[in-house]
Design a protein. Sequence first.
Length: 135
Amino acid sequence: MKHVLTVAALCYGLSLVASPIAAQAQMPSGDAERGRLEFGVCRTCHYAEAIMGHNNGPSLHRIFGKVAGKQEGFNYYSDEFQSAQFVWTPELMFVWLENPMAMFPDSSMMSAGVPDPQKRADLIEFLKEASVREP
Ligand code: HEC
């Protein structure tokens, strides 16, 4: 089951890599300032600033480009994320956050996600920007 889910996530990632134009068309362009506010629903469990480290959830500082479920110092990953084999990209996060528990039902992240595509794009822009701005 876990393996199947990892493969499913990879396929999502691969199909998005294989058709970058389709993926871009799907994700509206985001606004980091609005995204800062959208990030409020994540902040109970996550920080985006390096200096803040992990919270109830792992740090989201420079999350893009990292393999899921492997950050040092965060000891509460689910088995599903510990065994995950995919890299976080903006496109994958955009798809996942629409309904996180649909893609990874065995994850320990209790979030209803962000159904609004524009809000998801804003939030992702904020995470990108915070990763560049913060040391
Ligand atoms: C109630 C707490 C909680 C909320 C709210 C929450 N998360 Fe999480 N998040 C977690 C936990 C716990 C994990 C680890 C999940 C696992 O191991 O299954 C996680 C994992 C993640 C990861 C993977 C990190 C990694 O190292 O692979 C990302 C990305 C993420 N969350 C983004 C978000 C975003 C964006 C939001 C807001 C829309 C959000 N989360 C809301 C608790 C939360």
